[in-house]
Design a protein around this ligand. Structure first.
Ligand code: FAD
Ligand code: NAD
Length: 470
């Protein structure tokens, strides 16, 4: 097998796979080096299994909001079996088949930069192989979990999010450290699946700190209503687990001591750039790889290195990593061909505008663009309007006592949307309309003519525009 390829991609997660797809479509040869499972964290330990675990909780809550309907207890083994199916039994042969179908070469092992355009691959048996890229190397190595330095925490061998999404036996008593997206989603899912005593330990005074404040408040209310103990302004001071695999004891800054069957850490992620040989090419070890809007590393001479997905830390989201991958792949093909490499589709605009995200708790938190606070910080002339989604007829028909809130943040100088947030049950797919409006900077006077159907929840658009004054 040749050790020279036009493009070498390190990491076959969603971002890496999409680079391979785009560059081979453009006629280049590509190798992708993967140390674990092709498909990456998203397919096996993050997006896919977490959503498979959340859906039953969501459906139970939905049924509870419909008079005349009831649902029995969740069949947990059946839910876990469906999760296993969703992750293809942790078997990546389907993803490998896809990569091969687009003429990518999959190379198993750990990749490391060995010099300009060179990647050393260490196989599981320790064997080494040096690959050379004619044109580009693309880092798509994802991210790794942060484990805070708390006395006894690492020694207690805590669950990371991947242990939670791969759960085989749900712990009856669970402590969750963190107040971000992963902590909220997984606390809610596991609680519904049997973690009856779940405590969420949040060091700040709110959860979901990058979203509009009402989003965190509504998710907190829902977690508490379900019976989850949410503690704000609280840190974990000490963790003890004298017998591996047995119960764990946690001392909190509020003076209480908790005992649980498991502790899960969900306190953010570092870019996967540590020990990748980056200092050899003048980049710091372990830092996000800074890229320009074509995804080319800005600090590397001769422009042969690109970085897409979590590793560049623009937005740690699958769909954004895939978007960046499409850009990088097309730019590389264009640059090799000497064709224009700056078409509008070849530059990342969406990350800087505020990437769309859905947090799949009940209620869903759907946001795109800037929050009001961020828009003001960025110096825009801002006006924000809010509306109670529960007042929309479509929402009333969807659920008894529907609780939801919407907000749009307007740039008053241009009368376009800077950001939109919807919080409410079952509304993930409402977000895409907002993503179009924010990204395409559709003027409010044009949005006025985009009529939402009656009686659907999307009528919230009309109510927001009316609240604004149209
Ligand atoms: C619990 C959880 C739930 C999430 N849910 C969502 C969600 O619902 N929606 C969403 O958009 N995002 C979600 N995310 C974020 C999402 O998982 C990441 O943004 C996404 O996986 C990033 O894709 P990636 O290709 O950059 O990295 P990854 O998916 O992490 O893939 C990187 C790949 O590179 C490989 N690799 C790393 N280093 C090397 C090396 N040196 N050599 C060879 N191979 C290497 C890894 O083995 C891995 O396969 C979630 C994250 C978590 C933790
Ligand atoms: N539905 C989705 O889109 C989805 C779901 C899960 C995760 N993700 C993504 O995966 C990434 C990782 O998720 P995450 O929730 O771990 O990260 P996050 O950045 O969303 O949240 C980290 C949380 O940990 C807290 N924290 C940080 N250091 C701490 C410390 N030392 N002690 C106590 N608390 C601490 C922060 O205050 C924050 O509440 C994020 O980028 C997230 O957007 C996305």
């Amino acid at each position: 097998m040749s050790d020279v390829f036009d493009v070498i991609v390190i990491g076959a997660g969603p971002a890496g796979e999409n680079v391979v797809g785009r560059v081979t479509r453009g006629g280049l040869t590509a190798a992708v080096v993967e140390q674990d499972l092709a498909g990456g964290d998203c397919s096996y330990w993050a997006c896919i299994p977490s959503k498979a675990l959340l859906r039953p909780m969501e459906l139970v809550a939905e049924v509870g909001r419909q008079p005349g309907l009831s649902v029995g207890p969740i069949d947990v083994p059946a839910v876990l079996a469906r999760r296993d199916e969703a992750v293809s039994g942790y078997d990546d042969s389907g993803q490998v088949r896809w990569l091969e179908s687009v003429h990518g070469t999959v190379i198993r092992g750990r990749g490391r930069i060995a010099g300009p355009r060179q990647v050393e691959v260490t196989a599981a048996d320790g064997g080494k192989r040096l690959l050379t890229a004619r044109h580009a190397v693309v880092l798509a190595t994802g991210s790794t979990p942060v484990i805070p330095r708390v006395p006894g925490l690492a020694a207690a061998d805590p669950w990371l999010t991947k242990d939670a999404t791969a759960v085989k036996e749900v712990p009856a008593r669970l402590i969750v450290m963190g107040g971000g997206v992963a902590a909220c989603e997984l606390a809610q899912a596991l609680h519904a699946l049997g973690a009856k005593e779940t405590t969420l330990v949040v060091r700040k005074d709110r959860v979901l700190e990058r979203t509009e404040p009402f989003a965190g408040e509504m998710v907190t209310a829902s977690l508490r209503e379900a019976g989850i103990d949410v503690r704000f302004n609280t840190t974990i001071e000490k963790v003890e687990r004298p017998v591996p695999g047995s119960e764990v004891t946690v001392d909190l800054s509020d003076g209480t001591r908790l005992t649980a069957d498991e502790i899960m850490v969900a306190t953010g992620r570092d870019p996967g750039s540590a020990d990748m040989g980056l200092p050899l090419i003048g980049l710091p070890d372990g830092a996000p790889v800074a890229v320009d809007d074509s995804m080319r590393a800005t600090e590397v001479e001769a422009g042969w290195l690109y970085a897409v997905g979590d590793v560049n830390n623009r937005s740690m989201l699958t769909h954004m990593g895939k978007y960046q991958a499409r850009i990088a792949g097309d730019v590389i093909v264009a640059r090799v061909a000497g064709a224009p490499d700056d078409l509008p589709s070849m530059r990342d605009r969406a990350d800087a505008m505020g990437s769309p995200q859905v947090i799949f708790t009940d209620p869903h938190v759907c946001a795109v663009g800037r929050t009001e606070e961020r828009a003001r910080r960025d110096g825009f002339n801002v006006r924000a309007v809010e509306y109670d989604i529960g007042l929309v007829t479509g929402a009333y028909l969807q659920a008894d006592g529907y609780k939801g809130r919407a907000k749009m943040v307007v740039d008053e100088d241009r009368r376009v949307l800077l950001g939109v947030t919807f919080v409410g049950p079952g509304i993930a797919d409402l977000l895409h309309g907002a993503t179009i409006a924010v990204t395409a900077e559709v003027p409010l006077d044009d949005l006025w003519h985009a009529i939402p159907v009656f009686p659907a929840v999307s009528e919230i658009w009309l109510r927001l525009l009316e609240a604004y004054g149209l």
